[in-house]
Design a protein around this ligand. Structure first.
Ligand SMILES: Cc1cc2nc3c(=O)[nH]c(=O)nc-3n(C[C@H](O)[C@H](O)[C@H](O)COP(=O)(O)OP(=O)(O)OC[C@H]3O[C@@H](n4cnc5c(N)ncnc54)[C@H](O)[C@@H]3O)c2cc1C
Length: 453
């Protein structure tokens, strides 16, 4: 037995050493990221397990890669050489739901959608709803600061995190944040862990905010002959002060791929479909959104006749990546631009696809200006790979040139470390490094992610 496995066993932790099992756990959902060769996999069942792993890792100077459900799209849960893969997905209990304080206290491996299911009996839900809500964990959502479909109205994960229990690299347990509606005692360390991608510590418990389930919802789909017109509709809707609870764009490439995956009568000859929903004063809000879509040049606007049809439209949006993955290896890009530049971004991404001779389909959390250009490549063909990577970079550069960001919600991971350095100023970068050093002086927490070495 290796020194590492002996130390873990002595610390009371069972580690998997089977190389096939470890290899299967060594990647997340990001494609074309080369994983390192991890030394062990530990499936933690308690905070004490996590502490034991981090104490051993500190002692032996071994890297630790925290993992939730490994649905991440930036390579941040991908193995690094000699690491312990620390899988916390088995810590999946909802510890309590308090309908008065409107909070849920969860272990990190709880699946996002399970929180809303559990809160539903109190008329409450956990609002942030990434496309992966049925498969990703709350710990992973917090560590990536995940976004989602209803964020255009209800905000992103970080706005719902009240308090955390975190095991630091040293093995110490830190509780931060609060369970009250308000509280400003000291620096907001809970917020610091939102988007930290497992590089600052391991989240072992989260107290998240719940909110009332909206009373009703109406959904529409607007068909556009040009992506620019769809982009103009989004700008008009946001400029008018409307509050859609969802504003998602699906382009022609995705519409065709989705129909091939599961025929449901999507308009495959359209340039783009805009899905919008309203849940405040739904009838009045939807009438206004319909009007703005028509004014922006929608060829057709139709309403979902009932909840079943609305859910089917949403399901097709959630299946978009899966549909594209049938066409080849997909490099998922993730940029956010000012909403006012959405139409221009869509045109420029199309030009990028033509210039590099690659297939790029775009889905977007359009109301947030958050675009996912999905670039399809043939992983076995060097030219195709090079073209895809060049297009990927060109889109990141486009976002920066527009005053946007290189990642709206998926994170930096291994994919965009150099791009983080281009986005933030040197002083900002130096502060980020100092924060990392103060919480993880030995550099064992998910090294090589977020900050370049
Ligand atoms: C089909 C599909 C749709 C998606 N849609 C969206 C979307 O709409 N919006 C969006 O934002 N993302 C989306 N994603 C990306 C992904 O689901 C999110 O990034 C999600 O938050 C990752 O959660 P996870 O449990 O899979 O975490 P993992 O992938 O396992 O880990 C992600 C990161 O979090 C860290 N981590 C995980 N758990 C912990 C913990 N307990 N403590 C500390 N660090 C931890 C890991 O080290 C890693 O850095 C989608 C992915 C897929 C496959």
């Amino acid at each position: 037995m290796s020194e590492l496995h002996t130390a873990l066993t002595e610390a009371g932790v069972r580690a998997v050493s089977d190389s096939d099992v470890i290899a299967a756990h060594s990647v997340d959902h990001a494609r074309l990221v080369d994983p390192g060769r991890a030394a062990a996999l530990v499936r933690a069942r308690s905070t004490a397990d996590v502490q034991a792993v981090l104490r051993v890792a500190s002692e032996l100077r071994v890297p630790v890669v925290p993992q939730g459900a490994r649905t991440g799209l930036a390579g941040s849960a991908t193995a690094v050489d000699a690491a312990i893969l620390l899988d916390v997905s088995g810590m999946n209990e909802i510890l309590s739901i308090d309908p008065v304080d409107r909070i849920a206290v969860c272990q990190p491996g709880v699946i996002n959608a399970d929180i809303s299911r559990a809160a539903a009996e109190h008329g409450l839900r956990y609002a942030p709803d990434p496309g992966s809500w049925e498969i990703s964990t709350i710990g992973g959502n917090i560590a990536t600061a995940a976004g989602g479909m209803c964020c255009v109205k209800y905000g992103v994960t970080a706005e719902y995190v009240l308090g955390l229990e975190v095991v630091l690299a040293s093995g110490e347990v830190m509780r931060c944040g609060r369970r009250t509606a308000k509280g400003v005692a000291g620096y907001d360390l809970a917020r610091l862990f939102c988007g930290s991608e497992g590089t600052l510590g391991v989240i072992t418990e989260a107290t998240v905010k719940l909110s009332p389930v909206p009373a009703g919802r109406l959904t529409l789909a607007a068909v556009f002959d040009s992506t620019a017109a769809a982009g103009r509709a989004v700008t008009a809707i946001m400029a008018a002060g409307a509050q859609p609870s969802l504003l998602e764009l699906i382009d022609d490439v995705h519409l065709k791929a989705l129909e091939e995956l599961r025929p449901m009568g999507l308009p495959t000859d359209a340039a783009a479909l805009l899905l919008a929903a309203a849940d405040g004063d739904p009838e009045a809000e939807l009438v206004e959104i319909e009007r703005l879509c028509a004014e922006a040049g929608a060829a057709e606007v139709f309403r979902a006749t009932d909840e079943t049809e609305a859910d089917a439209l949403m399901e097709s949006r959630r299946s978009a990546l899966h549909a594209m993955e049938r066409l080849g290896t997909v490099l998922v890009d993730d940029v956010a631009v000012p909403r006012s530049r959405l139409a221009e971004s869509l045109d420029r991404i199309r030009a990028t696809a033509e210039r590099h001779g690659v297939l790029i389909g775009v889905i977007a959390h359009a109301g947030d200006g958050n675009l996912h250009p999905n670039i399809v490549v043939d992983a076995g063909d060097e030219d195709s790979l090079a073209a895809g990577r060049a297009a990927f970079d060109e889109i990141l550069q486009m976002a920066l040139s527009m005053g946007g960001t290189v990642t709206g919600e998926h994170g930096v991971g291994m994919l965009k470390r150099e791009w983080l350095e281009r986005e933030v100023d040197p002083v900002n970068l130096a502060v980020q490094r100092r924060i990392k050093e103060s919480l993880d002086p030995l550099g064992i927490m998910n090294p090589g992610k977020v900050l370049a070495g």
